[in-house]
Ligand binder design. Sequence first.
Ligand SMILES: C[S@@+](CC[C@H](N)C(=O)[O-])C[C@H]1O[C@@H](n2cnc3c(N)ncnc32)[C@H](O)[C@@H]1O
Length: 265
Amino acid sequence: MAMTSEPIRFTDGAGYDRFMGVWSRLAGQEFLDWIAPNQGQRWLDVGCGNGAFTQLIVERSAPLSLVGIDPSEAQLAFARQHPLLQSVAFVNADAMALPFTDATFDLAVMPLVILFVPEPAQGVAEMARVVAPGGTVAAYAWDIEGGGFPYRDVTEVLSAVGRSTPMPPSPECSRLEVLSDLWATAGLGDIQTKAIAVERSFADFDDVWDTLLGGPSAGQALAAMNEEERSGFRALLQARLQPAGSGPITLSGRAHSIRGTVPGP
Ligand SMILES: C[S@@+](CC[C@H](N)C(=O)[O-])C[C@H]1O[C@@H](n2cnc3c(N)ncnc32)[C@H](O)[C@@H]1O
């Protein structure tokens, strides 16, 4: 996959939702089944973004309290206006310096975020610090290095035409062994991992294209093209995703998930 120093910009909560929020909820359903949280707990959603996974916590886990943190105001603004999320406290903050005292939460989760944290060990240590003894620290991330990113075809075609896709700063955290090391180094116990495979159907190629154009990452690469280049790229991508020329398109993704327990009491 071509690399670039351009950061991924999270500047449009609605565009993000179509591009990645739908995927996050698909993987998040299985992730929640797996961590099987009790109802009525104190939750922290680290890198909550536009609230894509936060919605699942509200719908499925009846939290006693729920805080979401994210450094993107555009993402938080989208989350704050969501009807389901009116009881959630959204805070502009960074995973590497959580503005909470020790042992404030029963669970801290990082849904599709750890790849974006420049110092992931600091982020995991912070989650372990703010979760009470016996509580859970868990995350899921696309297996981007193992070919699990749902839009890998798009990044490959971009690369073939000499365009790079903006990448997160810590892609190595997509590997299970790296995640396991991070969880162990943070002093978490009972560490378990699991791969989560998901599929998403798009009505047709236009649906995929509009989803890409409105999103971050590949959308940024498309926005940097002139009309002629973009239309040439569109034809190449359609040939790759839809060799038959019409009909629905199904893309697949694979996430790695990890969970651990804060030692004690
Ligand atoms: C792929 S999105 C995931 C959003 C949401 N959790 C979801 O499941 O859809 C990554 C999010 O990480 C946030 N982010 C980037 N750097 C961060 C950091 N250092 N600390 C916390 N969040 C960060 C971004 O603003 C973005 O909202």
